[in-house]
Design a protein around this ligand. Structure first.
Ligand code: HEC
Length: 93
């Protein structure tokens, strides 16, 4: 029984680190870095104060958060957008 628990823990750990890696890969493949970073027009995420829910809103519909937003909505599944939002939060540290 103990062994089964250990195996489950390893599988869960592997699954969660795969998700984090996904966020970074999606961030690259969706070209966020073209507009976001130090000195770029979209700003650096180090100074972003939004919480995860607000970041998700920006990704789905930037104008819902800021009516003057020029950023386009990001296409992707809920899982993908979730992974991207988690990744954006890691860029603050
Ligand atoms: C074409 C340029 C462009 C691309 C590509 C882009 N953004 Fe943006 N983003 C902006 C601009 C400009 C803003 C500032 C508000 C506005 O004008 O929309 C912004 C704002 C944001 C904000 C709100 C920041 C804050 O603190 O208010 C988040 C979060 C964000 N972008 C995430 C992303 C992510 C994640 C990606 C990639 C999936 C991405 N953006 C791709 C231009 C872009």
């Amino acid at each position: 029984m103990k062994k089964m628990f250990a195996v489950t823990a390893v599988v869960l750990f592997a699954a969660s680190s795969a998700l984090a890696a996904d966020g970074a890969a999606l961030f690259k493949s969706k070209m966020c870095g073209a507009c976001h970073g130090p000195g770029k027009k979209g700003g650096d995420f180090k100074t972003c104060k939004l919480d995860k829910a607000a970041i998700l809103k920006v990704l789905k519909d930037p104008k819902s958060v800021n009516p003057k937003a020029t950023m386009m909505a990001i296409k992707g599944s809920d899982e993908e957008l979730n992974a991207i939002a988690d990744y954006v939060l890691t860029l603050r540290k």
